[in-house]
Design a protein around this ligand. Structure first.
Ligand SMILES: N[C@@H](CCC(=O)N[C@@H](CS)C(=O)NCC(=O)O)C(=O)O
Length: 227
């Protein structure tokens, strides 16, 4: 009988199928929400194993993946560190960023206002940038059928670019002096700026920030996952 392991989500699964030798298992695809996590794992320089979930082929509906995330979305991590008795399955990119930063003690302050400033900007990315840019990506291929929807999400996307440019006028990074998970959560979305019909050079603070973050080797490695 296959060895089984109790997962934090409360069910047992075959050890061979879901838990490998790597400490962190990353289920991901070549999209912004997935790349946030591969960038942070590269920055942390921790061992991780990549499981590509091709969302265009429908892999997110495979029963083994749905068992990990009933919401059928990447990214998901399984942390095989059973020091607390169980492996941890975690969905939602924002929760995963905070979990990994706290676990490895980097890229997020332990306490103080700086911690909550970073979480504030991660939530801005999750609640505003992600949903609006995501809808814009959907409707940009359907402008003829849905011009109103395209214009609405384009206008909101441009407004959000303005908010970010203003924030980065007063602060080197999103949360303050230090690069961290807020910047990591946003970077893969701005990397798709060619899809946003935005005059990037007219946003000098955001352009400066983008070039700064882009030159980090871990960011380049994380942006190529899955290869
Ligand atoms: N709120 C989620 C959103 C995750 C998400 O939308 N993932 C997309 C790829 S970027 C996905 O898996 N889409 C598959 C689908 O919708 O079928 C998070 O931040 O993790």
């Amino acid at each position: 009988m296959a060895a089984s392991i109790k997962m934090a989500r409360g069910f047992y699964c075959p050890k061979q199928s879901l838990v490998g030798s790597a400490m962190i298992e990353l289920y991901t695809w070549s999209t912004p929400n997935g790349r946030k996590i591969s960038i942070l794992l590269e920055e942390l320089n921790v061992k991780y194993k990549i499981h590509p979930i091709d969302i265009y082929r429908g892999d997110q509906s495979n029963p083994a993946f749905v068992a990990l995330n009933p919401n059928k979305k990447i990214p998901v991590i399984v942390d095989d560190d059973v020091s607390e008795g169980v492996s941890t399955i975690l969905t939602e990119s924002g929760a995963i960023l905070i979990y990994l930063a706290d676990k490895f003690g980097a890229f997020l302050n332990r306490d103080g206002v700086g911690r909550y400033r970073a979480i504030e900007w991660v939530m801005f990315q999750l609640s505003a940038v992600g949903p609006n840019f995501g809808q814009l990506h959907h409707f940009r291929n359907r402008v003829d059928q849905q011009p109103y929807a395209y214009e609405r999400f384009l206008g909101e996307t441009h407004r959000l670019y303005g908010v970010l440019n203003k924030r980065l006028e007063e602060s080197r990074y999103l949360a303050g002096h230090d690069y961290g998970i807020a910047d990591i959560s946003l970077f893969p979305w701005i990397a798709r700026r060619d899809w946003h019909n935005v005059d990037f050079p007219q946003l000098p603070n955001l352009s400066r920030w983008f070039d700064d973050v882009a030159q980090r080797p871990a960011v380049a490695r994380g942006m190529s996952v899955p290869s």
